[in-house]
Design a protein around this ligand. Sequence first.
Ligand SMILES: Nc1ncnc2c1ncn2[C@@H]1O[C@H](COP(=O)(O)OP(=O)(O)O)[C@@H](O)[C@H]1O
Ligand SMILES: [Mg+2]
Length: 334
Amino acid sequence: MPDGAQPVLDVRDLKTVFRTRSGEVHAVNSVSFDLRPGELLGVVGESGSGKSVTMMSLIGLVPMPPAEMRGGEVLFGGQDLLRAGPAAMRAIRGKRIGFVFQDPMTSLNPVFTVGYQLCEPLRRHMGLSKAAARKRAAELLDLVGIPDAARRLSDYPHQFSGGMRQRVMIAMALACDPEVLIADEPTTALDVTIQAQILELVKDLRQKLGMAIIWITHDLGVIAGIADRVLVMYGGQIVEHAPVRELFANPQHPYTRALLKTVPSVRGDRAPRLRVIEGQPPILTAAPDACPFRFRCGHRFDRCDAENPPRFPTGPAHDAACFWDPATDAPRNA
Ligand SMILES: Nc1ncnc2c1ncn2[C@@H]1O[C@H](COP(=O)(O)OP(=O)(O)O)[C@@H](O)[C@H]1O
Ligand SMILES: [Mg+2]
């Protein structure tokens, strides 16, 4: 994909704060990234690093209150989603931007058949007749690899296995032919074999349908196999951004380097979990005016306590938010 291509989605300086009894939680702290046509952008980071809140914020699904948007822009097709009204957002969400969440049981309604739930957006957003929607729904189930698709439209969510339910969720997200698909840890709850099948399916669908995908995971192994570029999140911030091979070959941020050490060279039957990094996750109630990783970092020095490092360019299409330079094993001259 050409580097200069106009992004599908351009997120700038996104800030989301939760106001809680124990103070403000800086869940998303000045997050900026773009999504390019047809690419698969991986987002990786341990639990609580702000991955979900970032994505929910940009499609207007973060609950306000307790959340408060403190700034930023989300440019999509010439408009700023943060300033689009509720009606405009309803026309975009689920239609031009599809999403899949971790647990299909919370997103699929148990009292309606899968066919009904697939047809509903097709009728509402695409204006299809009942018969046309039913036909398209069967095609969608077929597309995501559900055998005997037409008949299974009459089944309820609980009649599908976990992996098949996740396929139904993907079919629903794809129903209106979205330009962007956001998948938030969609395979985490599945066993490794099913996980691999879903990843294959998504790779295949991307080839066929050409949409851009944001794939969120806490599993670097998953990212390695499917992403073009990767954002590494820590403490509500993007701490590193690079093309996937570059990230694995030449990691810059101490957090990314620690993560990579947790990925076994030969994948066992269990995906590597990021929580094996020593130390406590950052406390997001602290104002983000110092490096969020400093307490777990082996390269910490005075400046890390006094300033929050900006994202330094460290190579073409590669940046890292760290004052330490792994090339010289010394503080950066910046
Ligand atoms: N409704 C909420 N109220 C207060 N804090 C929240 C709420 N939702 C999320 N958070 C906080 O925002 C931070 C980021 O959470 P999240 O984006 O869900 O992390 P991830 O998806 O990376 O696991 C966490 O510290 C979490 O506790
Ligand atoms: Mg999450």
